[in-house]
Every structure is written in C-alpha cells, then in structure tokens.
Design a protein around this ligand. Structure first.
Ligand code: ACO
Length: 374
C-alpha cells in the first residue's frame, strides 16, 4: 500500500548522491566535499565543472585540458545556427534554449548514447550554450555574428557572446562566481527532472531538455527575472515598504525569498550580495543594492523569510547590462554542469525513478455509451 503523500515530495529522500550536500539548518552548501564559500573564493567555474563531473579538483594540466576542450567545443553546427535564425525574434530565450538543446542532439547523433561516454555531451552542451544564447540575442538585436574567442574563459566568453564586449576583470570574476554558485544544488526540480529522464536510459540531451523546461518556471530559475520586475515596480526606496506589504496582503510571493531546503539565509545569496555591492561600487550605481537591502528588511520583518540566490543574481547581471529575459538562460548555462553530473551519476547507479500516486478518484463508475451521455 502506498504511504502518506508528501506534497511536492518535501523531505522525501529519493536517492543517494555524492555530488552536492545542503545543510538547510546551518546554511551550508558543499560540492563534492568542498564548501561553496571556499570554491567561490578560490576556484574558477571550469575548476568547479571538473570537480562536479569527475569528483575531484583538477591538477593544473587537467584543468588546462578541460579549458581547451570547452573552448574548442563552442562553435555550433551551421544547421543549428540556421534553425535558430528561423525562430521568431520575439521568442522567449528559455524556449530557444530548450529547442537548441534538443536540436543539437539531432545534429550530433554520435553523442546520444546513454552511459559514461555522455561526458562528451556534457562538455559539448556546456561549451555550446553561451554560443546559442549569443547567436539568438545578437540576431534579435541586429548585431554581428559571434567570433570564436578560444582565449576567453567560460565566464568572459558568456559576456562577450551576449554583450559583444569583453568584460573587465572585475565583471568577469563576478560572472565566474555567479556561475560557480549556480552550478549545482542537489535534487532541485530541474536536476530531478534530468535524473528522471536519464533513469529511463534516455540520452543526456533529452535529460537536459527536460531540465531546461523545468528551470524556466518562476518558482525555480525564473525567479531572478521577476525580482528585477519587482525592483522596477518599486522604483525608489520610499516605496519599498508600501509595495512589499501590498504584495503580501494580496498573498503574492515575493520572488527571491524562501527556499524549500534552507531555513536560514541561502549561503549563495550571502556571497552574491557582496559581489552585487562590489560591482555597484565599481560602477558608481548602488541603486539596486539599496533597494534590495530595504526589501530584505521588510520581507524578513513581515514574513520571516530569508533571501535565496535569485534575489541577487538579477542585480549582478543588470549591472553588466544583460537583458532581464536572459537571466534564467544564464542560470541554465551554469546549471548544465550540475544537470549533466547528475545524469552521469544516474547512469552509473541506474534505477528507474517511478514513484506512486495515492489515487483519490472513483473506481467503479458505470460506463455510459456516448449517445446516452448528458
Ligand atoms: N513570498 C511570500 N510568501 C512565501 C514565499 C515568498 N517568496 N515563500 C514561501 N512563502 C510562504 C508561503 O506562502 C507559505 O505560507 P502559508 O503557509 O501561510 O501558506 C509558506 O511560506 C510555505 O511556502 P511553501 O510554498 O509551502 O514552501 P516551499 O518550500 O514549497 O517553497 C519556494 C519554496 C517555491 C522557493 C517558495 O519559497 C517561493 O515561491 N519563493 C519565491 C520564488 C523563488 O524565489 N524561487 C527561487 C528558488 S531558489 C532557486 O530556484 C535558485
């Protein structure tokens, strides 16, 4: 007999994993044994990608090889570039990304077997996502096509692909840290979706397609975009109290707050808040910092909720000039590493994920022929 229903699978332990640990009471996040605070301070995104995929920090030569490999995999097939050109310029970038991941599998059929060799697909997708986003965004803003820039780090290439300029050292490091912080988060909804798909022995590209569709929702990756909409709606410091209280009175969710697992502040939010301030100071623009500080104070006082990562990522990207509708795709360009690490782990310890529902409908209705139905 099925047990008690845990709505939203809250607190259900679905599988064992060696990739990521969250201590929601203490506000700790660990990738493969290493504290996120230390990784954000001392590592690069490429190092963290190696760690998540292979389970250990790379040596200098292993890191160099991975950097070269990722840089060499950035170019997308011309057939895919043509497909992207055929999509309406008004399309939502997350829809474009989902379509591109799926299409890439068709143009690279050699990469679609399920198993340890899928690490090739994991690296291909990670390298190609900034190019896909850049190709789409440049076309809709009538800017020239991307050039290969193998000398740029993943973070710098992402900014170059989107904004057609090289970031400053500070900007590149801010994006690098943001990518590190977004790279994995245990069994979040999109990663679980990827693992469910992989557990049927489907291929990595299908698993990542499922994940992109799941990340898109405003309760998950889509929250960062909504945070900036809220800041635009608030406009000035003296309106924070009024706007936030009105939202709460209407029982609206305040985006960028609350978390299923963290009962204290999300450690990623703490790190990104500091980067948001650092960037704001460098650009002489602390408007977002001040608004967010006040929003945090009001939401905590009124509702006891703490910020999550999504509260600050939008302000970092906005200060760089990234358009709002690209925030969630930028999240995906990092989380693809976590998704694929989990897919590889799933292939290694495969068991079809198939929970049970507590059926609460009728079971013995009399069948009525169509002609007699009212
Ligand atoms: N604003 C207002 N109230 C909230 C919020 C919020 N952001 N988050 C939770 N609550 C309230 C709920 O209304 C509910 O109140 P009630 O018991 O009076 O009805 C209570 O807190 C519990 O909420 P649940 O939805 O049951 O908690 P859950 O664990 O499912 O929520 C979630 C987690 C979905 C992230 C939620 O906090 C939320 O909607 N946050 C806003 C969206 C967001 O920021 N998402 C990003 C998450 S992090 C990431 O994906 C990177």
């Amino acid at each position: 007999m099925p047990g008690e229903v845990q709505r939203g699978l809250q607190d259900v332990v679905a599988l064992e994993s060696r990739i990521c640990f969250i201590d929601g009471q203490q506000g700790r996040l660990i990738y493969r044994g290493y504290d996120i605070r230390e990784l954000a301070e001392r590592s690069t995104f490429e190092e963290v990608a190696y760690l998540l995929w292979y389970g250990r920090l790379p040596t200098t030569s292993q890191l160099g090889e991975l950097q070269q490999r990722l840089a060499s995999l950035r170019t997308i097939p011309p057939e895919l570039a043509r497909q992207l050109d055929a999509l309406p310029a008004s399309a939502e970038p997350m829809d474009v990304l989902r379509t591109a991941v799926s299409a890439l599998a068709v143009f690279e059929p050699g990469e679609t077997s399920a198993g340890p060799s899928s690490i090739g697909g994991a690296q291909r997708l990670t390298a190609a996502l900034p190019t896909v986003l850049g190709a789409f965004h440049r076309r809709r803003s009538n800017r020239p096509l991307l050039r290969d820039r193998p000398e740029l780090s993943h973070a710098a290439y992402l900014i170059y692909a989107l904004l057609d300029r090289e970031p400053t050292e500070l900007e590149a490091r801010a994006v690098d840290v943001a990518l590190i912080l977004h790279a994995d988060h245990e069994l979040n909804a999109s990663t679980f979706a990827a693992r469910i798909t992989a557990s049927t022995l489907s291929d990595l590209y299908s698993a990542v397609t499922s994940a992109v569709g799941t990340l898109k929702g405003p309760l998950h990756g889509g929250a960062n975009e909504r945070v900036m909409e809220m800041l635009d709606e608030i406009g000035s410091l003296d309106r924070v109290e009024e706007v936030v209280k009105a939202k709460l009175a209407r029982h609206e969710r305040i985006m960028g707050f609350g978390h299923r697992v963290y009962k204290v502040e999300d450690p990623r939010a703490t790190i990104l808040r500091a980067w948001s301030r650092r960037l704001g100071e460098a650009k002489g623009d602390l408007r977002y910092c001040r608004l967010l500080e006040k929003v945090v104070e009001v939401v905590h006082r009124e509702k006891g909720l703490y910020p999550n990562l999504d509260l600050y990522s939008g302000s970092v990207y906005s200060l760089l000039g990234v358009p709002h509708d690209l925030f969630t795709p930028v999240f995906a360009a990092s989380r693809v590493v976590g998704w694929t690490a989990h897919v590889l782990e799933e292939y290694d310890d495969l068991r079809l994920i198939r929970p049970t529902a507590a059926y609460v409908g009728p079971t013995d209705l009399a069948y009525v022929p169509i002609a007699s139905r009212t």
